[in-house]
Write a protein that binds this ligand. Structure first.
Ligand code: CP3
Length: 342
């Protein structure tokens, strides 16, 4: 029997105090992160330098004692491994070369090319398994194909994922081929993460909310189901968290439909509603509004307690509804943890 609380929650156990970690827990709100990032020079160098990536992964564990550490890397490393140019513009975000048609998809490298480029990421995981406290769970991750595709098609983040929707409308076969190529690479990459020490995997579909109707089925649900099935066949004991952000009513039954062990909820869904309609299927993760870590004060405490209460009758991992922002106050994170555990 495992004593790691995250693994217990993921196996469906209701715990008196929910385990807790935070999306983007290693990040710019922490002065020690900013110092290590400066030492690395830039964001991508930080991702590809195992000692430094492990260091920033460990920083929030040392400061806060979270129940899980999430590998420090980025969802845009897969496009880079498949042959896209990827760079980050400070203060603006990611930039990529664009893929707009079938020829662009055909020019991508095969799935197992990920291992050439991404072996430093596996090394980060090996370091972390050695360095993490015995009670801390190590989470590996990748972006879900739709979300990754939105960046590969547009060449940057977009408010409405317009370019990806346009390619899907113009040539659905070519767009589906892109989704398949990303899914194949994701299976190889996540499988190698498990071999390097990841104990849980999370699939981030940050832009799932912009897929409606049959598009949601074809490009959010089906690829996640295929990735989960392949990983469960290779690594049956490894739990998987799916995060179809802003899926709204489509959160209902999502984990079961894709074969995941847990679904992560964003802050736009009410915890009471989700306890009744989503947690009835198994473990849920979420869903404090990250803005409350900027705001602080009584609302931070009240909302944290309300979420813990709402999910108290079933398996729950406390987390934010999305990543913590650079303007958050590190002391508010202590206050949130105290409200969960205290
Ligand atoms: O602590 C962790 O959560 C682990 C590391 C992690 C990062 N990105 C580090 C990061 C994880 C899990 C991600 C996932 C990721 N990356 C997603 C999915 C989750 C989400 O936020 O919706 C997406 C869409 C990306 C792509 C990405 N990476 C964008 C759009 C940006 C720029 C926006 C921003 O916050 O600056 C990044 C950069 C990034 N990834 C940073 C970090 C800590 C900031 C980079 C910096 O230090 O300047």
């Amino acid at each position: 029997m495992t004593t790691k609380t995250i693994l217990r929650a993921l196996s469906g156990e209701r715990l008196p105090t929910p385990p807790i970690w935070m999306m983007r827990q290693a990040g710019r709100y922490l002065p020690e992160y900013r110092a290590t990032r400066a030492q690395a020079g830039d964001f991508l160098s930080l991702c590809y330098t195992p000692d430094l990536a492990a260091e920033v992964t460990l920083q929030p564990i040392r400061r806060y004692g979270f129940d899980a550490a999430i590998l420090f890397a980025d969802i845009l490393l897969i496009p880079q491994a498949l042959g896209s140019d990827v760079w980050f513009v400070t203060g603006e975000g990611p930039r990529l070369s664009t893929i707009t048609d079938a020829a662009g998809v055909a020019a991508l490298k095969p799935a197992d090319a990920v291992h050439d480029k991404l072996s430093p990421i596996y090394q980060t995981l090996r370091i972390l398994r050695r360095e993490l406290p015995a009670e801390t769970t190590l989470i590996g991750f990748a972006g879900a194909p739709w979300t990754v595709a939105t960046y590969m098609v547009a060449g940057r983040g977009t408010p409405d994922q317009g370019p990806a929707h346009a390619m899907k409308a113009a040539d659905r076969a070519a767009f589906s081929a892109l989704i398949d190529r990303i899914a194949d690479a994701t299976i190889e990459y996540l499988s190698a993460q498990v071999e390097a020490g990841a104990e849980v995997l999370k699939l981030f579909d940050s832009w799932a909310g912009s897929l409606k109707g049959a598009d949601f089925d074809d490009f959010a649900l089906a690829p996640a189901r295929r990735i989960v099935a392949a990983l469960k066949a290779r690594h049956p004991g490894v739990p998987i968290i799916a995060f179809p952000r802003e899926a709204g009513p489509r959160y209902v039954g999502f984990a079961r439909a894709v074969g995941a062990d847990c679904v992560a909820l964003d802050q736009s869904v009410d915890a009471g509603w989700a306890a009744e309609n989503v947690q009835s299927d198994g473990c849920v993760q979420g869903n404090l509004d990250p803005r409350l870590l900027v705001e602080g004060g009584p609302r931070l405490i009240q909302e944290t307690r309300r979420i813990v209460q709402a999910f108290a009758n079933g398996p729950h991992i406390f987390n934010l509804g999305h990543g913590i922002t650079p303007d958050a106050d590190p002391d508010n994170v202590h206050r949130m943890i105290e409200a969960v555990r205290g």
